[in-house]
Write a protein that binds this ligand. Sequence first.
Ligand SMILES: [Cu+2]
Length: 93
Amino acid sequence: MAGRAGTRRIDLAVTSAGFVPREVRVARGEAIHLVVTRKTEKACVKEIVIKEVGVHNELPLGQPVEIHLAPRAAGTLRFACGMDMVTGVLIIQ
Ligand SMILES: [Cu+2]
């Protein structure tokens, strides 16, 4: 189990263009700490959903929201807004 020191921080912003970046690459088994900040009112992204791992968090404007993940299997995890319209992907290799 990785401690905080071994956890990589990845910043994810929500802008009028959607999630930035839209694609994040992660090593299998790597502990990551996603820090998601919604920076606009002009997007429908008011929450982030990562269905496969049961993540569903509100994204209050301007408040960083922390999500801890340690994907064990290679593959992709989609992240999306609550309506599944604005999306991005975590690529686990
Ligand atoms: Cu939406």
